[in-house]
Design a protein around this ligand. Structure first.
Ligand code: TEU
Length: 541
Protein backbone atom coordinates (compact mmCIF):
# COMPACT_ATOMS: atom_id res chain seq x y z
CA UNK A 1 0.00 0.00 0.00
CA UNK A 2 1.20 3.49 -0.78
CA UNK A 3 1.25 6.21 1.85
CA UNK A 4 1.38 10.00 1.54
CA UNK A 5 4.42 10.10 3.80
CA UNK A 6 6.45 8.07 1.33
CA UNK A 7 6.21 10.82 -1.26
CA UNK A 8 6.66 14.02 0.67
CA UNK A 9 9.66 15.95 1.76
CA UNK A 10 9.52 17.05 5.39
CA UNK A 11 10.95 20.34 6.64
CA UNK A 12 12.09 20.66 10.24
CA UNK A 13 11.61 23.89 12.14
CA UNK A 14 13.40 24.73 15.38
CA UNK A 15 10.78 27.24 16.48
CA UNK A 16 13.01 29.25 18.79
CA UNK A 17 15.22 30.16 15.85
CA UNK A 18 12.92 30.29 12.84
CA UNK A 19 11.02 33.59 12.84
CA UNK A 20 10.15 35.99 15.63
CA UNK A 21 6.95 38.01 15.16
CA UNK A 22 6.90 40.15 18.30
CA UNK A 23 10.45 41.39 18.80
CA UNK A 24 11.31 39.41 21.94
CA UNK A 25 14.22 37.74 20.16
CA UNK A 26 12.58 34.30 20.28
CA UNK A 27 10.94 32.67 17.29
CA UNK A 28 7.22 31.95 17.63
CA UNK A 29 4.15 30.38 16.01
CA UNK A 30 2.94 33.57 14.35
CA UNK A 31 6.43 33.82 12.87
CA UNK A 32 6.09 30.34 11.40
CA UNK A 33 2.68 31.21 9.96
CA UNK A 34 4.17 34.29 8.29
CA UNK A 35 6.68 32.06 6.48
CA UNK A 36 4.29 29.39 5.23
CA UNK A 37 4.20 30.91 1.77
CA UNK A 38 7.96 30.51 1.57
CA UNK A 39 7.69 26.87 2.61
CA UNK A 40 4.93 26.30 0.08
CA UNK A 41 7.19 27.74 -2.60
CA UNK A 42 9.91 25.33 -1.56
CA UNK A 43 7.32 22.59 -2.00
CA UNK A 44 7.50 20.62 1.23
CA UNK A 45 4.51 18.51 2.30
CA UNK A 46 5.01 18.35 6.05
CA UNK A 47 6.56 20.41 8.80
CA UNK A 48 8.13 18.77 11.81
CA UNK A 49 8.24 21.39 14.52
CA UNK A 50 10.56 20.82 17.50
CA UNK A 51 8.70 21.07 20.85
CA UNK A 52 6.29 23.99 21.21
CA UNK A 53 4.93 23.05 24.63
CA UNK A 54 5.27 24.71 28.02
CA UNK A 55 8.82 24.16 29.22
CA UNK A 56 11.48 25.68 31.49
CA UNK A 57 13.82 25.34 28.50
CA UNK A 58 16.70 23.63 30.19
CA UNK A 59 16.98 21.64 26.96
CA UNK A 60 15.08 24.11 24.75
CA UNK A 61 11.69 22.48 24.93
CA UNK A 62 12.82 18.85 25.18
CA UNK A 63 11.99 19.23 28.87
CA UNK A 64 8.21 19.55 28.82
CA UNK A 65 6.26 20.77 31.83
CA UNK A 66 2.81 20.66 30.20
CA UNK A 67 2.09 18.65 27.07
CA UNK A 68 -1.23 20.33 26.40
CA UNK A 69 -0.31 23.98 26.49
CA UNK A 70 1.89 26.15 24.33
CA UNK A 71 5.08 27.77 25.55
CA UNK A 72 4.09 31.36 26.32
CA UNK A 73 6.98 32.82 24.29
CA UNK A 74 5.80 30.84 21.27
CA UNK A 75 2.16 32.01 21.43
CA UNK A 76 -1.18 30.48 22.33
CA UNK A 77 -3.23 27.41 21.57
CA UNK A 78 -5.25 29.58 19.16
CA UNK A 79 -2.01 30.34 17.29
CA UNK A 80 -1.27 26.63 17.13
CA UNK A 81 -4.72 25.86 15.74
CA UNK A 82 -4.29 28.65 13.27
CA UNK A 83 -0.93 27.24 12.19
CA UNK A 84 -2.47 23.81 11.59
CA UNK A 85 -5.23 25.44 9.50
CA UNK A 86 -3.00 27.76 7.52
CA UNK A 87 -0.55 24.97 6.80
CA UNK A 88 -3.35 22.70 5.68
CA UNK A 89 -4.53 25.35 3.18
CA UNK A 90 -1.10 24.98 1.60
CA UNK A 91 -1.24 21.16 1.73
CA UNK A 92 1.32 21.07 4.53
CA UNK A 93 0.79 18.74 7.47
CA UNK A 94 2.10 19.55 10.93
CA UNK A 95 4.21 16.91 12.65
CA UNK A 96 4.66 17.47 16.39
CA UNK A 97 7.57 16.39 18.52
CA UNK A 98 6.48 13.76 21.02
CA UNK A 99 8.90 13.74 23.93
CA UNK A 100 7.70 10.96 26.19
CA UNK A 101 10.86 9.30 27.39
CA UNK A 102 11.04 12.00 30.04
CA UNK A 103 9.34 15.18 31.20
CA UNK A 104 10.66 18.32 32.83
CA UNK A 105 11.14 18.16 36.59
CA UNK A 106 8.61 21.02 36.62
CA UNK A 107 5.88 18.82 35.16
CA UNK A 108 3.04 18.43 37.67
CA UNK A 109 3.48 14.64 37.62
CA UNK A 110 7.06 14.98 38.83
CA UNK A 111 6.27 17.77 41.27
CA UNK A 112 3.74 15.36 42.81
CA UNK A 113 5.90 12.26 42.47
CA UNK A 114 8.78 13.62 44.47
CA UNK A 115 6.55 14.64 47.40
CA UNK A 116 6.33 11.17 48.96
CA UNK A 117 6.87 7.51 48.22
CA UNK A 118 3.13 6.85 48.30
CA UNK A 119 2.13 9.76 46.09
CA UNK A 120 -0.21 8.55 43.29
CA UNK A 121 2.27 9.90 40.71
CA UNK A 122 5.36 8.36 42.32
CA UNK A 123 5.32 5.42 39.95
CA UNK A 124 5.17 7.66 36.86
CA UNK A 125 8.94 7.94 37.26
CA UNK A 126 11.78 5.58 38.09
CA UNK A 127 13.05 5.53 41.68
CA UNK A 128 15.62 3.39 43.43
CA UNK A 129 17.27 3.19 46.82
CA UNK A 130 20.90 4.17 47.30
CA UNK A 131 23.44 1.39 47.61
CA UNK A 132 25.75 2.21 50.50
CA UNK A 133 25.13 5.88 49.94
CA UNK A 134 25.90 5.72 46.21
CA UNK A 135 23.71 5.58 43.07
CA UNK A 136 21.89 2.30 42.34
CA UNK A 137 24.25 1.50 39.47
CA UNK A 138 26.66 2.93 36.92
CA UNK A 139 24.18 4.12 34.30
CA UNK A 140 25.44 7.37 32.78
CA UNK A 141 23.44 10.33 31.55
CA UNK A 142 23.82 11.18 27.85
CA UNK A 143 24.47 14.72 28.97
CA UNK A 144 27.30 13.72 31.33
CA UNK A 145 27.63 12.34 34.86
CA UNK A 146 25.48 9.70 36.54
CA UNK A 147 21.96 9.04 35.28
CA UNK A 148 20.75 8.90 38.89
CA UNK A 149 19.96 11.96 40.97
CA UNK A 150 19.45 11.75 44.71
CA UNK A 151 16.28 13.41 45.92
CA UNK A 152 16.70 14.39 49.56
CA UNK A 153 13.00 14.60 50.40
CA UNK A 154 12.33 10.90 50.00
CA UNK A 155 15.92 9.66 50.16
CA UNK A 156 15.80 7.83 46.82
CA UNK A 157 17.44 8.32 43.45
CA UNK A 158 15.44 9.05 40.29
CA UNK A 159 16.58 8.19 36.79
CA UNK A 160 17.42 10.84 34.19
CA UNK A 161 19.07 9.65 30.99
CA UNK A 162 19.37 13.29 29.93
CA UNK A 163 19.80 16.27 32.28
CA UNK A 164 18.77 16.00 35.91
CA UNK A 165 15.89 18.31 35.04
CA UNK A 166 14.56 15.65 32.65
CA UNK A 167 13.41 12.72 34.83
CA UNK A 168 12.63 9.55 32.87
CA UNK A 169 9.05 8.33 32.72
CA UNK A 170 8.22 4.83 33.83
CA UNK A 171 6.62 3.13 30.83
CA UNK A 172 6.04 -0.03 32.82
CA UNK A 173 3.20 1.80 34.52
CA UNK A 174 -0.04 1.34 32.53
CA UNK A 175 -1.54 4.47 34.10
CA UNK A 176 1.32 6.58 32.76
CA UNK A 177 0.85 5.04 29.31
CA UNK A 178 -2.84 5.88 29.41
CA UNK A 179 -2.04 9.52 30.17
CA UNK A 180 0.38 9.64 27.24
CA UNK A 181 -2.13 8.13 24.82
CA UNK A 182 -4.82 10.56 25.90
CA UNK A 183 -2.42 13.42 25.36
CA UNK A 184 -1.62 12.11 21.88
CA UNK A 185 -5.34 11.96 21.12
CA UNK A 186 -5.67 15.56 22.25
CA UNK A 187 -3.26 16.58 19.50
CA UNK A 188 -4.55 14.16 16.89
CA UNK A 189 -8.00 15.65 17.40
CA UNK A 190 -6.58 19.07 16.60
CA UNK A 191 -5.75 17.80 13.13
CA UNK A 192 -2.01 17.28 13.21
CA UNK A 193 -0.35 15.12 10.57
CA UNK A 194 1.87 13.03 12.81
CA UNK A 195 4.51 12.72 15.47
CA UNK A 196 8.29 12.69 15.55
CA UNK A 197 9.05 10.56 18.59
CA UNK A 198 12.02 11.72 20.60
CA UNK A 199 14.45 8.95 21.68
CA UNK A 200 11.59 6.49 21.44
CA UNK A 201 13.91 3.48 21.53
CA UNK A 202 14.63 4.23 25.19
CA UNK A 203 11.11 3.80 26.58
CA UNK A 204 11.47 0.02 27.07
CA UNK A 205 14.50 0.45 29.35
CA UNK A 206 15.28 -1.75 32.32
CA UNK A 207 17.51 0.56 34.32
CA UNK A 208 18.13 -2.01 37.03
CA UNK A 209 19.92 -4.14 34.43
CA UNK A 210 21.49 -1.12 32.77
CA UNK A 211 19.45 -1.74 29.61
CA UNK A 212 18.42 1.54 28.01
CA UNK A 213 17.89 1.31 24.22
CA UNK A 214 15.77 -1.42 22.62
CA UNK A 215 14.48 -2.92 25.86
CA UNK A 216 12.33 -6.07 25.77
CA UNK A 217 8.93 -4.35 26.04
CA UNK A 218 9.66 -1.50 23.63
CA UNK A 219 7.73 -2.92 20.70
CA UNK A 220 4.80 -3.97 22.87
CA UNK A 221 4.47 -0.37 24.00
CA UNK A 222 4.63 0.95 20.45
CA UNK A 223 2.05 -1.52 19.22
CA UNK A 224 -0.19 -0.56 22.10
CA UNK A 225 0.34 3.14 21.35
CA UNK A 226 -0.42 2.61 17.69
CA UNK A 227 -3.58 0.66 18.49
CA UNK A 228 -4.78 3.14 21.11
CA UNK A 229 -4.09 6.35 19.21
CA UNK A 230 -3.11 6.77 15.56
CA UNK A 231 -3.83 3.35 14.03
CA UNK A 232 -6.49 4.51 11.57
CA UNK A 233 -5.52 8.17 11.36
CA UNK A 234 -3.13 8.06 8.41
CA UNK A 235 -0.36 9.90 10.26
CA UNK A 236 3.36 10.12 9.69
CA UNK A 237 5.10 8.67 12.73
CA UNK A 238 8.86 8.71 12.87
CA UNK A 239 10.90 7.29 15.70
CA UNK A 240 14.25 8.73 16.67
CA UNK A 241 16.25 5.52 17.09
CA UNK A 242 19.95 6.09 17.64
CA UNK A 243 20.67 2.43 18.21
CA UNK A 244 18.86 0.97 15.18
CA UNK A 245 20.40 -1.52 12.80
CA UNK A 246 18.42 -2.34 9.65
CA UNK A 247 16.92 -5.37 11.44
CA UNK A 248 15.81 -3.22 14.35
CA UNK A 249 14.51 -0.56 11.96
CA UNK A 250 12.22 -3.16 10.41
CA UNK A 251 10.76 -3.96 13.81
CA UNK A 252 9.73 -0.33 14.11
CA UNK A 253 8.62 0.32 10.59
CA UNK A 254 7.47 -2.86 8.93
CA UNK A 255 3.84 -2.23 7.96
CA UNK A 256 2.88 -5.69 9.21
CA UNK A 257 3.85 -4.78 12.73
CA UNK A 258 1.63 -1.73 13.22
CA UNK A 259 4.17 0.43 14.97
CA UNK A 260 5.64 3.47 13.20
CA UNK A 261 5.87 4.75 9.64
CA UNK A 262 9.65 5.11 9.66
CA UNK A 263 12.78 5.64 11.70
CA UNK A 264 15.52 8.16 11.99
CA UNK A 265 18.67 6.09 12.20
CA UNK A 266 22.08 7.64 12.65
CA UNK A 267 24.61 5.16 11.37
CA UNK A 268 25.92 7.54 8.69
CA UNK A 269 26.03 10.38 11.21
CA UNK A 270 28.57 8.56 13.37
CA UNK A 271 31.05 8.04 10.53
CA UNK A 272 33.26 10.93 11.55
CA UNK A 273 33.50 9.78 15.15
CA UNK A 274 36.45 7.79 16.41
CA UNK A 275 35.10 4.28 16.87
CA UNK A 276 33.59 3.58 20.22
CA UNK A 277 34.17 7.12 21.49
CA UNK A 278 31.70 9.94 21.98
CA UNK A 279 30.59 12.36 19.30
CA UNK A 280 33.25 14.81 20.49
CA UNK A 281 36.15 12.67 19.24
CA UNK A 282 36.20 13.37 15.51
CA UNK A 283 38.02 11.93 12.54
CA UNK A 284 37.65 12.80 8.85
CA UNK A 285 34.78 11.24 6.95
CA UNK A 286 35.72 8.40 4.60
CA UNK A 287 33.39 8.62 1.61
CA UNK A 288 33.96 4.91 1.04
CA UNK A 289 32.34 4.17 4.38
CA UNK A 290 29.51 6.55 3.68
CA UNK A 291 28.77 4.62 0.48
CA UNK A 292 28.77 1.34 2.39
CA UNK A 293 26.46 2.56 5.12
CA UNK A 294 23.95 4.27 2.84
CA UNK A 295 23.91 1.30 0.48
CA UNK A 296 23.40 -1.17 3.29
CA UNK A 297 20.32 0.71 4.45
CA UNK A 298 18.97 1.15 0.93
CA UNK A 299 19.26 -2.58 0.25
CA UNK A 300 18.24 -3.97 3.62
CA UNK A 301 15.03 -1.95 3.76
CA UNK A 302 14.12 -2.39 0.12
CA UNK A 303 11.10 -4.62 0.61
CA UNK A 304 10.17 -4.02 4.20
CA UNK A 305 10.35 -1.08 6.56
CA UNK A 306 10.91 2.58 5.72
CA UNK A 307 13.84 4.91 6.31
CA UNK A 308 14.29 8.66 6.56
CA UNK A 309 16.95 10.53 4.64
CA UNK A 310 18.68 13.39 6.44
CA UNK A 311 21.97 15.17 6.92
CA UNK A 312 20.91 17.68 9.54
CA UNK A 313 18.72 18.33 12.50
CA UNK A 314 18.78 20.56 15.57
CA UNK A 315 21.35 18.28 17.27
CA UNK A 316 23.87 18.09 14.44
CA UNK A 317 26.43 20.46 12.97
CA UNK A 318 25.61 21.95 9.57
CA UNK A 319 26.32 19.43 6.83
CA UNK A 320 27.92 21.85 4.37
CA UNK A 321 30.51 22.74 7.03
CA UNK A 322 30.82 19.17 8.23
CA UNK A 323 31.15 17.08 5.09
CA UNK A 324 30.81 19.60 2.31
CA UNK A 325 32.98 22.67 1.79
CA UNK A 326 31.62 25.90 3.27
CA UNK A 327 34.35 27.91 1.62
CA UNK A 328 35.13 27.99 -2.11
CA UNK A 329 32.77 25.14 -2.98
CA UNK A 330 29.92 26.26 -0.76
CA UNK A 331 27.14 26.27 -3.35
CA UNK A 332 28.47 23.38 -5.34
CA UNK A 333 28.98 21.05 -2.37
CA UNK A 334 25.65 21.98 -0.79
CA UNK A 335 23.91 21.04 -4.03
CA UNK A 336 25.82 17.77 -4.24
CA UNK A 337 24.75 16.86 -0.73
CA UNK A 338 21.15 17.60 -1.63
CA UNK A 339 21.18 15.66 -4.90
CA UNK A 340 22.96 12.63 -3.47
CA UNK A 341 20.57 12.27 -0.54
CA UNK A 342 17.28 13.20 -2.19
CA UNK A 343 17.66 10.69 -4.99
CA UNK A 344 17.70 7.75 -2.58
CA UNK A 345 14.75 5.78 -1.31
CA UNK A 346 13.11 6.98 1.90
CA UNK A 347 11.47 10.16 3.16
CA UNK A 348 13.83 13.16 2.93
CA UNK A 349 14.01 15.73 5.72
CA UNK A 350 15.37 19.24 5.31
CA UNK A 351 16.44 21.14 8.41
CA UNK A 352 15.72 24.87 8.41
CA UNK A 353 18.40 26.81 6.56
CA UNK A 354 19.85 23.73 4.89
CA UNK A 355 18.07 24.79 1.70
CA UNK A 356 20.15 27.98 1.57
CA UNK A 357 23.38 26.33 2.69
CA UNK A 358 23.54 27.71 6.24
CA UNK A 359 26.90 26.94 7.88
CA UNK A 360 28.34 26.25 11.31
CA UNK A 361 28.82 29.19 13.64
CA UNK A 362 32.06 29.42 15.58
CA UNK A 363 32.39 30.77 19.11
CA UNK A 364 35.54 31.63 21.03
CA UNK A 365 34.32 31.37 24.61
CA UNK A 366 31.95 29.13 26.57
CA UNK A 367 29.89 32.19 27.55
CA UNK A 368 28.63 32.24 23.94
CA UNK A 369 27.30 28.69 24.20
CA UNK A 370 23.68 27.93 25.03
CA UNK A 371 23.40 24.17 24.54
CA UNK A 372 23.34 22.11 27.73
CA UNK A 373 25.08 19.14 26.14
CA UNK A 374 28.06 21.30 25.08
CA UNK A 375 28.20 23.16 28.38
CA UNK A 376 28.16 19.94 30.43
CA UNK A 377 30.87 18.39 28.27
CA UNK A 378 33.00 21.53 28.62
CA UNK A 379 32.69 21.69 32.42
CA UNK A 380 33.27 18.00 32.88
CA UNK A 381 36.40 17.92 30.74
CA UNK A 382 37.76 21.18 32.08
CA UNK A 383 37.78 19.52 35.50
CA UNK A 384 39.65 16.60 33.98
CA UNK A 385 42.31 19.08 32.88
CA UNK A 386 41.64 19.53 29.16
CA UNK A 387 42.57 22.98 27.78
CA UNK A 388 39.79 25.43 26.98
CA UNK A 389 40.90 25.90 23.37
CA UNK A 390 40.55 22.21 22.60
CA UNK A 391 37.10 22.08 24.16
CA UNK A 392 35.89 25.15 22.29
CA UNK A 393 37.23 23.60 19.12
CA UNK A 394 35.18 20.45 19.78
CA UNK A 395 32.07 22.58 20.35
CA UNK A 396 32.69 24.48 17.13
CA UNK A 397 32.99 21.20 15.25
CA UNK A 398 30.17 19.19 16.76
CA UNK A 399 28.16 21.41 19.14
CA UNK A 400 24.40 21.59 18.72
CA UNK A 401 24.28 25.39 18.67
CA UNK A 402 25.74 25.24 15.16
CA UNK A 403 22.28 24.26 13.97
CA UNK A 404 20.40 26.58 16.27
CA UNK A 405 21.47 30.04 15.14
CA UNK A 406 18.58 32.10 13.75
CA UNK A 407 17.25 31.47 10.28
CA UNK A 408 18.85 33.85 7.81
CA UNK A 409 16.04 35.55 5.93
CA UNK A 410 17.66 38.68 4.52
CA UNK A 411 20.47 41.16 5.05
CA UNK A 412 18.59 43.48 7.44
CA UNK A 413 19.08 43.67 11.23
CA UNK A 414 19.44 40.22 12.81
CA UNK A 415 19.00 38.60 9.41
CA UNK A 416 15.30 39.46 9.42
CA UNK A 417 14.77 36.93 12.20
CA UNK A 418 13.82 39.42 14.90
CA UNK A 419 13.69 43.15 15.53
CA UNK A 420 14.82 42.46 19.11
CA UNK A 421 18.01 40.90 20.47
CA UNK A 422 18.05 37.26 19.30
CA UNK A 423 18.28 34.65 22.09
CA UNK A 424 21.34 33.22 20.32
CA UNK A 425 23.76 35.01 18.00
CA UNK A 426 23.06 35.24 14.29
CA UNK A 427 25.72 33.68 12.07
CA UNK A 428 28.18 36.36 10.87
CA UNK A 429 27.68 35.37 7.25
CA UNK A 430 23.97 36.32 7.08
CA UNK A 431 24.48 39.18 4.66
CA UNK A 432 25.70 36.73 2.08
CA UNK A 433 23.79 33.56 2.94
CA UNK A 434 20.11 34.38 3.27
CA UNK A 435 16.73 33.53 1.79
CA UNK A 436 16.27 36.84 -0.03
CA UNK A 437 19.53 36.37 -1.92
CA UNK A 438 18.72 32.74 -2.63
CA UNK A 439 15.32 33.54 -4.10
CA UNK A 440 16.82 36.18 -6.40
CA UNK A 441 19.44 33.83 -7.83
CA UNK A 442 18.09 31.13 -10.13
CA UNK A 443 21.33 29.16 -9.60
CA UNK A 444 21.02 29.11 -5.80
CA UNK A 445 20.97 26.05 -3.56
CA UNK A 446 17.30 26.82 -2.83
CA UNK A 447 16.25 26.01 -6.38
CA UNK A 448 18.11 22.71 -6.33
CA UNK A 449 16.07 21.71 -3.27
CA UNK A 450 12.90 23.00 -4.85
CA UNK A 451 13.53 20.91 -7.94
CA UNK A 452 14.36 17.78 -5.92
CA UNK A 453 11.11 18.14 -4.01
CA UNK A 454 9.20 18.59 -7.24
CA UNK A 455 10.86 15.51 -8.73
CA UNK A 456 9.85 13.44 -5.73
CA UNK A 457 6.24 14.45 -6.21
CA UNK A 458 6.23 13.66 -9.90
CA UNK A 459 8.59 10.73 -10.33
CA UNK A 460 7.67 7.44 -8.64
CA UNK A 461 11.17 6.15 -9.35
CA UNK A 462 12.42 8.22 -6.41
CA UNK A 463 9.90 6.75 -4.01
CA UNK A 464 9.67 3.19 -5.26
CA UNK A 465 12.65 2.50 -7.51
CA UNK A 466 15.29 -0.03 -6.56
CA UNK A 467 18.80 1.06 -5.61
CA UNK A 468 22.13 -0.26 -6.73
CA UNK A 469 25.54 1.13 -5.85
CA UNK A 470 27.84 1.45 -8.85
CA UNK A 471 30.91 -0.56 -7.89
CA UNK A 472 34.48 0.08 -8.94
CA UNK A 473 34.38 3.85 -8.88
CA UNK A 474 37.08 5.88 -7.17
CA UNK A 475 36.60 6.02 -3.42
CA UNK A 476 35.30 9.56 -3.38
CA UNK A 477 32.95 9.13 -6.31
CA UNK A 478 29.53 8.11 -5.05
CA UNK A 479 27.40 6.76 -7.85
CA UNK A 480 24.23 4.67 -7.83
CA UNK A 481 21.42 3.61 -10.10
CA UNK A 482 17.71 3.81 -9.37
CA UNK A 483 15.49 1.54 -11.40
CA UNK A 484 11.70 1.56 -11.74
CA UNK A 485 9.73 -0.22 -14.43
CA UNK A 486 11.47 0.73 -17.68
CA UNK A 487 13.19 3.77 -16.24
CA UNK A 488 16.72 4.02 -14.85
CA UNK A 489 18.50 6.99 -13.36
CA UNK A 490 22.23 7.18 -12.79
CA UNK A 491 23.37 9.43 -9.94
CA UNK A 492 27.00 10.57 -10.03
CA UNK A 493 28.66 12.65 -7.31
CA UNK A 494 32.28 13.61 -6.76
CA UNK A 495 32.25 13.89 -2.98
CA UNK A 496 35.56 15.74 -2.65
CA UNK A 497 37.66 18.86 -3.16
CA UNK A 498 39.71 17.33 -5.97
CA UNK A 499 38.91 16.11 -9.49
CA UNK A 500 38.29 12.40 -10.00
CA UNK A 501 37.83 10.36 -13.09
CA UNK A 502 34.67 8.40 -13.71
CA UNK A 503 33.77 5.78 -16.29
CA UNK A 504 30.12 5.38 -17.21
CA UNK A 505 28.63 1.93 -17.09
CA UNK A 506 27.91 0.64 -20.60
CA UNK A 507 24.64 2.37 -21.17
CA UNK A 508 23.02 4.95 -23.36
CA UNK A 509 22.92 8.33 -21.64
CA UNK A 510 19.61 10.15 -21.89
CA UNK A 511 18.27 13.35 -20.48
CA UNK A 512 19.87 15.06 -17.49
CA UNK A 513 17.34 15.12 -14.67
CA UNK A 514 19.17 17.47 -12.31
CA UNK A 515 22.74 18.64 -11.88
CA UNK A 516 24.98 21.23 -10.24
CA UNK A 517 27.03 21.80 -13.40
CA UNK A 518 26.93 25.03 -15.36
CA UNK A 519 26.93 23.10 -18.64
CA UNK A 520 25.63 19.81 -20.00
CA UNK A 521 27.35 16.70 -18.67
CA UNK A 522 30.38 15.31 -20.45
CA UNK A 523 29.14 12.25 -22.35
CA UNK A 524 32.48 10.61 -23.23
CA UNK A 525 33.04 7.12 -21.80
CA UNK A 526 35.52 8.25 -19.20
CA UNK A 527 35.27 11.76 -17.86
CA UNK A 528 36.95 13.93 -15.32
CA UNK A 529 34.62 15.12 -12.61
CA UNK A 530 35.43 18.52 -11.14
CA UNK A 531 35.32 18.88 -7.34
CA UNK A 532 31.75 18.41 -6.04
CA UNK A 533 30.24 17.74 -9.46
CA UNK A 534 26.89 16.00 -9.11
CA UNK A 535 24.27 15.02 -11.65
CA UNK A 536 21.48 12.62 -12.36
CA UNK A 537 21.03 11.32 -15.87
CA UNK A 538 18.47 8.99 -17.35
CA UNK A 539 20.07 5.87 -18.78
CA UNK A 540 19.00 3.02 -21.03
CA UNK A 541 20.44 -0.51 -20.92
O1 TEU B 1 18.15 13.67 21.11
C1 TEU B 1 18.55 12.38 21.47
C2 TEU B 1 19.91 12.22 21.87
O2 TEU B 1 20.32 11.11 22.21
C3 TEU B 1 20.79 13.40 21.88
O3 TEU B 1 21.18 13.65 23.16
C4 TEU B 1 21.94 13.17 21.04
O4 TEU B 1 22.74 12.17 21.55
C5 TEU B 1 22.73 14.43 21.00
O5 TEU B 1 21.88 15.48 20.81
C6 TEU B 1 23.73 14.40 19.89
O6 TEU B 1 24.34 15.61 19.90
C7 TEU B 1 16.84 14.03 21.38
C8 TEU B 1 16.60 15.44 20.90
O7 TEU B 1 16.72 15.49 19.51
C9 TEU B 1 17.54 16.36 21.62
O8 TEU B 1 17.43 17.68 21.16
C10 TEU B 1 17.19 16.30 23.08
O9 TEU B 1 18.13 17.05 23.81
C11 TEU B 1 17.20 14.86 23.61
O10 TEU B 1 16.53 13.96 22.75
C12 TEU B 1 16.47 14.80 24.93
O11 TEU B 1 15.11 15.02 24.74
Amino acid sequence: MEHWWQKVVVYQIYPRSFQDSDGDGIGDLKGIISRLDYLEKLGIGALWISPIYQSPNIDNGYDISDYESILTEFGSMADMENLIDEASKRSIRIILDLVVNHTSDQHKWFVEARKSKDNPYRDFYIWNDPINGTPPNKLASLFGGSAWKFDTKTQQYYLHLFSENQPDLNWKNPKLREHIYNMMDFWINKGIGGFRMDVIDLIGKIPENEITANGPKLHNYLQEMNYRTFRDKNLLTVGETWGATPEIAKLFSSPKRNELSMVFQFEHIALDEINGKTKWESRPLQVKELKQVFSKWQIDLKDDGWNSLFWNNHDLPRIVSRWGNDNIYHTKSAKLLAILLHCMKGTPYIYQGEEIGMTNHTVSDISEVNDIESINMYNERLLEGLPKEILIDKINTKGRDNARTPMQWDNTLNSGFSTGDPWIAVNRNYKKINVANALKDSESIFYTYQKLIQLRKEQPILTFGSYQLLDGTEDEVFSYIRHYNEIQWLVVANFSNIPHSFTYPEVHLGEVIISNLATDINRKNTIELAPWDAFVVEIGG
